[in-house]
Design a protein around this ligand. Sequence first.
Ligand SMILES: Cc1cc2nc3c(=O)[nH]c(=O)nc-3n(C[C@H](O)[C@H](O)[C@H](O)COP(=O)(O)OP(=O)(O)OC[C@H]3O[C@@H](n4cnc5c(N)ncnc54)[C@H](O)[C@@H]3O)c2cc1C
Length: 361
Amino acid sequence: MSSAIVVGAGVFGAATARELALRGWDVTLVEQYSPGTVRSASGGDTRLSRAGHGDADWYAEMARAARTKWLELQDTTGTRIWEPIGVAWFARSEDGFEARSRASLDRLGVPYEWLEPEEARSLYPSLNPDGIAAVLFEPEAGVLRARRATQLLVEDGERAGVRSESGRLLPADDPRADVVVWACGPWLAALFPEHVELKVTRRDVFFFGADAAWRDAPGFCEYEAPYYGHGELDGLGVKVAPDLAGEEVDPDTLDRLPLRSWEEAARTYAAYRFPALAGAPIVGTRVCQYDLSADTHFIVDRHPERDSWWLIGGGSGHGFKHGPAFAEYVADCIEGRREREPFHALGTRSGDAGLRTASHG
Ligand SMILES: Cc1cc2nc3c(=O)[nH]c(=O)nc-3n(C[C@H](O)[C@H](O)[C@H](O)COP(=O)(O)OP(=O)(O)OC[C@H]3O[C@@H](n4cnc5c(N)ncnc54)[C@H](O)[C@@H]3O)c2cc1C
């Protein structure tokens, strides 16, 4: 039996450990805090799952495959991790990211609606359509309960034989197994500074107290703004998150208290786009961090000097939804069943594929 050590129990590591165990590998999963820790990117309350990725069909297909796998995990474990509320993209032009996404969804046969701004009013208790040229609505998109879903992957992996261990494993510890997968999210660049280029930047997320009419209102993304969020879910409030550039942070030492400037930005956007939220109280906040590759493509590659080590990460603010399908791809690469895509290689990247829910920042 082949053996693997997977370092990091975020969504990428937890899903990869589980996938390898299901394929018959002897797997140890090592986590420095707790699976789903709020210090990790996977430890958020909620994450949007959508198929639209501009013209990047590869990610759209993976998001669809992952959606099926998340729903299977929900069914087999009887744990509700998915809310089928749909996601609306507020397009500021008729030929931007949303139009490219629409063409991609056509190619892949993914259902969507292309709405006039006035038609989209019915999706939310209150919507100001000013500045919106069209709305791309994905009815099969939804929201994942991220922290719970990450922990569920770990629990389900353990049922498949994964051994979970606590501890911080470093390259200098020279862990020995047939394969070592470093799935360390924003910590990856500090562990492998010579090979991994990632910017670790803060993101402040706000939940607004709203009335019951907001329950299960769809997710939304305004790519050119850039802001995203969703309606009231689990009593958390209406999520509104600025997706603008944030300062670089250390995920171990960061005080997770929101900044006044981000709070003002979220309040201003919420009041403008959803007028009923003007004056609504903020009832919850989260401070998390992205691990941004320069071009927003993920990282999946062998360590240049250690053939049995794989470095995976660079979720770049859009990795969560892909978790279980990404793990299948990673396991295929490890087993030599598939070539890793050239756009996932280590090394310097240029350009910006714009794969997260923002055109810039
Ligand atoms: C605010 C915010 C909003 C987002 N919104 C979305 C969204 O709507 N949709 C979406 O799809 N994605 C979204 N993302 C991105 C998504 O959450 C991430 O891409 C994904 O969770 C990354 O998972 P990961 O496993 O690579 O990293 P992480 O979740 O950060 O996990 C890494 C784990 O490795 C552990 N670790 C690190 N180093 C070591 C070590 N040396 N030894 C042991 N353990 C170690 C850490 O403690 C951590 O648990 C968002 C991210 C943020 C921050």
